[in-house]
Design a protein around this ligand. Sequence first.
Ligand code: ADP
Length: 329
Amino acid sequence: MPDPADLIRALDGIADPLSGRGLAAAGRVSPPRVSGTAASVVLDVTGLAAGAGATLEAAIVAALRALPGIETVRVAQTQEKRGRRILAVASGKGGVGKSTLSANLAVALARAGHKVGLVDADIYGPSQPRLLGMEDTRPTAKDKVLDPVATPFGFAMLSLGQLVAPGKALAWRGPMISGALGQLLDADWGESELLVVDLPPGTGDIQINMIQKYRPAGAVIVSTPQDLALIDAMRAMDLFTQVGVPILGLVENMSGYACPHCGEISDPFGAGGAEAAAAEAGLPFLGRIPLDIEIRRASDAGQPPAAGDGAQAEAFRMVAERIATALNL
Ligand code: ADP
């Protein structure tokens, strides 16, 4: 009887087109089952381009049949999950610009014509209402289902900050938080095809519960170039890998300093840390956003820079485009 570890190793020798990781590590295939000389595998084709499922299936059959003791291989492709998908924006720690990136990704994706919604699930600092200039808005509810609030940027949003007074959510117990997050995610999102979810930083129970229950189609990890943030980012990556959510890639924020006078970018803390970490982990690098006073100023004023037409908007647009491609939007 073949060793299951050998089968997993063989499956990991095939790259998942979305995350670049091995098929088993990416959660693209279920752990293979062996009965006699027959192996069977479930292949999840969610998010893959048309035809990619058949190519992967052929590669899986060839890889497993090459193992001693395996004669037949059955691959069951799961149905493409229709309807709304979730993009988790995560970071290993706070203050790295996860909320800023989430807001601007939603803006850039909407500008590119995609139907998106934004969920602010950051219990420690729900900042989306401020970032989008929507601090005075409150969602209404119909039959206990929340109605997301339209932003001026072509998408609707919901934030824990719109449901509770600032600082209050922190005092909640786990089940209450999970209940509130569920209300945000199960709201009436209408035609939105993708919900960008600004997750709380870190890798605790709240994150794990949410990921397991709502199974994001992909995750984006935000980090600054500094080593410490990267170690935390690695932990966040492990979390998604363990539950089989494909990591679409890493974004390096506050990468280099954009001179407010001439626009030239210098690197006082070094640059490329996240890119190197992505390469090491075998993950795509989705781009860098410079440390730019204009980004902070516009964000504080409730005007997401991705809605403008400067270099800042272009940086966010490029990251959004790579994500849209990875998700086959
Ligand atoms: P997080 O969600 O990871 O805690 P935030 O998005 O709230 O981080 O960002 C923390 C602070 O850093 C905010 O004041 C924000 O305006 C600022 N900031 C984030 N990214 C940049 C950037 N690229 N350039 C300048 N300031 C930034």
